[in-house]
Design a protein. Sequence first.
Length: 285
Amino acid sequence: MIDCHTHLQPHGQQPPMTRERIEQYVAVARGRGLTQIAFTEHLFRFREAFDLLYGWWDADPDPALAHLARQYWEDHVSGSVAEYVRTIEAAKRDGLPVLLGLEMDWIPGHAGALARFLAPYDWDIVLGSVHYIGAFGFDDEQFAAEWDRRETAAVWADYGALVRDLAESGLVDALAHPDLPKVFGHRPRDETPLHDAILSGAAVHGTAVELNSNGLRKCGEIYPALPLLERARRLGLPITLASDAHTPERVGEHFDRLAGWARSAGYEEAVAFIGRRRQPYALPG
Ligand SMILES: [Zn+2]
Ligand SMILES: [Zn+2]
């Protein structure tokens, strides 16, 4: 199996993205029987993205939310994407089983800037994520009070529309943690409208749906819910497996459960991406 979603830096910390740190992730991956891992650092870690996208949060009419989002981005910038790419590519050249990836936030109205950010590099995999509705960072505890001001179903609907646009943009290979709004347990009675939005977007370019074991840690359930996965299977959409590890110990965590979740939805294979082309492999089982 291949872990298609990992980060070299935990939130709130900025350990240098060194060869030594990469090797720690690889050692854990090997110990868990994985054959490869993709590093998919957050877009907002990179100075180049900060400069290109600065001020996106001001599109939100609520200055308090915009302020929090700006602060989050300012706190997280930790280096240059050019340097990150060089470090991962050097590890690849030396034979380490690693892939060059990115977790790209969808910033509505800025698809051109995002494409310009991606263009210079030979990515293996680009994940698409929605962490913000306007400037509401709904999966971050700093924004918890905003959940109380909104209807859960409305948040899910807003999120779904953004994921659909993201998938339709064609900029990404896989949709990360597809039903992320369940992270703090806010779940509407009917989750079908979100599944409809995600699937209709993913179907446009055949974007992969990510199975992410971080959901087990955050809310007791894998991302995404099984009904979404079953429908993705019927549409023939590929899946990727992901830990969303931000530390070495979590690489490949609960992949047995991800494989079981995938199999119970009818999947027999998952994919990784190398040079942005799908590489299918059989699920254990
Ligand atoms: Zn994410
Ligand atoms: Zn992530």
